[in-house]
Unconditional design. Sequence first.
Length: 656
Amino acid sequence: MSDRYSPPPAFAARARINADTYSALGLDRVSDDDAERLAYWSHAAEALTWRSHWHTLLDWQAPRARWFVGGTLNATESCLDRHLSTWRRNKAAIIWEGEPLQGERPTEVRTLTYQQLHDEVCRFAGALQNLGVETGDRVCIYLPLVPEAVIAMLACARLGATHSVVFGGFSAEALRDRIHDSACKVVITADGGARKGQIVRLKDTVDQALSDQRTSSIRHVVVLKRTGHDVKMVPERDLWWDEATANAKPLYQAVYVSAEHPLFILYTSGTTGKPKGVVHSTGGYLTGVSRSYRFVFDHKDQDIFWCSADVGWVTGHSYVAYGPLCNGATIFLYEGAPTHPEPNRFWDMIERHRISILYTAPTAIRTFMRLGDHHVRRHDLSSLRLLGSVGEPINPEAWRWYHDVVGGGRCPIVDTWWQTETGSIMASPLPGLTTTKPGSCMKALPGIDLCVVRADGTACDPSEQGLLVSRKPWPSMMQTVWGDDERYRQAYWSQIKDPVTGQPWYFTGDGARFDEDGALWIAGRVDDVVNVAGHRLGTAEIESALVLHPAVAEAAVVGRPDEVRGQAVVAFVTLKADQTPSDALKAALAKQVASEIGSFARPDEIRWAGALPKTRSGKIMRRLLRELATKGRVDGDLTSLEDFGAIAALQKDDES
Ligand code: PRX
């Protein structure tokens, strides 16, 4: 079996970047040379619509990068307006398919052309303005995956308001924390969303989140009617989407903001209990997503591009909305679950809509693989020409299945490595150029620096595993943690430094290695973050949720490998002295996590621990718990362990 896949000649011949264009465009020289790198980004930024040109390309004082200083623009002009003076005015911007609700006719499909999307965005921006939203305000978006989610994001951008999208799976508590942290003025939600034939009651969750003084910044809630069930509307505060837009004057004139203006905040898990509000700029972010979309997905006007992520995650921001729209692409959106109502749902939609690019997560691929090839083979997937993977390491077996069964052996695969913080794809094969190894994201993209180093900053040798860092700024890098510059510095720029100059480098939190051929392999997180089904969870966040339960004295959460979802969550819980372990208590604890964070964060396994293994200074030794959860025993170094009894008791439980 081959372990290298060269781009299929037919694909390479027509690709935007192939062996010929790569050197003709000078891309081979970009990453090594600072001047070339800056020229590359300057050229990439020229592809956006600017109101006024920047005077300084980059002002870099680590860890603060100011890109395109002096430039002004509005993100929606790059995503929408500029297409209206071309033939793309009547091109489909969004093709959306809903999940059938109970008793509903099979499937609802809506298409919005660029002109229609533009008009909807201007109308909704006008509605937000009527509600008192101003440039610089924060707006929370808590919607199902419907076109209005994209409309709401772009409407905020049109006004220069900063959006904070919260994934619809987050609980009222989590939503409240996020609204509070960035003091949002308005929440945009829906009565409900559809998920596996059930209604997810989003408006009820919003009401619960707002039933607390901490969310007093909220003036209004705009509610989209999606499921049609009864919801409570609070007079003065709540209004329906249609009502809000009916009397609004469309905001045809976009508000220009500086390149550094925060386009959005997106909360992500870190190593402490409190999620971080990752702030992204307007000019730099758009430069990164528009260029990477174009090169990595080999953008062609005829494509129908389906990124199956929810807009609540960064993948949905960058490759459902901003990246493709900047390029005038047609995006496909699907509201529901991948296997609902039938296991062939994905393939059926690809066939019916003639989707040409599919970008999804390894967990989905492994799930489909388990369901069996026949669900895929029933369908004509000849429209597909390129496949993508994101969010977690893809194992070679799943890669090959994706390539052979879904792609029919004809479609290159781009395994894209990046993060909420990086804003856009950092490492990926270029599909018309790169000979790819299954499981490797291959190389940093042009203009991006990635290096694998030891803890002291010295470079690792080929095949030596180390820490993945970026030594150079890039346009779509996060700007800060909302309201907490110090945390930004601490979390990303304090661990690893240039061993010669002492200059801090961006630390990704991932372990990685370059192999003998220079291909990059991501080993996964080296911090206390777990990645379950491509969803990033902070173990400290889950622990904080668990210890809120009155029966719990202490909790330690670790990840263990899971065949389908990459990792699973295991919680070791010590109860208070007067508590008795029981299955009912386990269920209550799982429920506690669901209500503090969301159902998707429920531990897969809860284990009782008489005591947790600690160092002499009182730190929980997670490494041991991780070993125990993974292998059922602990072989590692126990020298710093305070109480051998704790680990012995846990091992004994495991054997019994
Ligand atoms: O560990 C890496 C993993 O996902 C983390 C970032 O998670 P998040 O900010 O939620 O963004 C996910 C979507 C971009 C990374 O630190 N990760 C992401 N993509 C890959 C990956 N691990 C291996 N291979 C990938 N392609």
